[in-house]
Design a protein around this ligand. Sequence first.
Ligand code: NDP
Length: 253
Amino acid sequence: MTQDPFRLDGKIALITGGNRGIGLAIAQAFGKAGARCMLTSRSRTDGLEELVADSETYAWTEADLTDTAAPGKIVDATTERFGTLDILVNNAGVAANGNFHEFGDEELEYIMGTNFTAPFRVARAAIRPMLDKGAGAIVNIGSISAVVANHPQLQVAYNSSKAAIHQMTKVMAFEYASRGIRVNALAPGYVISDMTAGGIANEEWNRIWTANTPMGRFARPEEMATCAQFLASDAASYVTGAILTADGGYTTH
Ligand code: NDP
């Protein structure tokens, strides 16, 4: 029987923000595909509790990724628990709204610190065991926000942080392609999660977001998880430096 290249049997994955939203869906998909997963977040949630009850497949470690020491700590926790690290999904992220000219320093640092500096540091720590093995796959969760101006909500720092993630992805892919490590980004459009709940509940924002999405609906987190699984799997063995856009057509116009 031919091995299904989309499966992740025997792989060890580290998924930041794996307790809810897109990260939780990725954790569920990876587990079903045969991977064992270390999940990180600041908090525990019902969905996470369900997963970690299967302690063969899942473990969780608490980490506020804006702490300088956290990236090294979560990579160590993964290799201590599962012995190695094959896949990193840099998923944790936050958003904040505001005009450019009124955007505060503290908020700017919070958004860039969580969405860019933290994934940079996590990838820097995670790539060491991958370099030792000469193999690995990194999936950074970017966004269509890297290439459009979000509206009607204004999110200059968020947009900029995601553009930085896309560029980091390409440069890392270039640097490590010859050493067996693939680095790709997933760029979701609007996905139903806590991050977008307020906007989806807002009649005007909902109308504008939907009208701008040719498929006329928002994505389910599971629809992002399948894309992340593809990028992490051998099915994407010749894919590196790619930005996989999954946006219902949002960026076609
Ligand atoms: P959610 O708000 O549902 O979840 C955010 C996750 O990030 C949580 O697990 C949260 O953990 C974690 N997180 C946030 N800040 C920190 C921190 N300082 N340290 C550790 N963990 C942290 O968001 P989504 O699932 O919607 O988003 C996941 C990713 O997808 C993000 O990078 C987001 O930018 C991106 N994305 C989302 C889109 C959408 O429409 N939803 C569209 C495009 C991209 P905790 O629960 O402990 O706070």
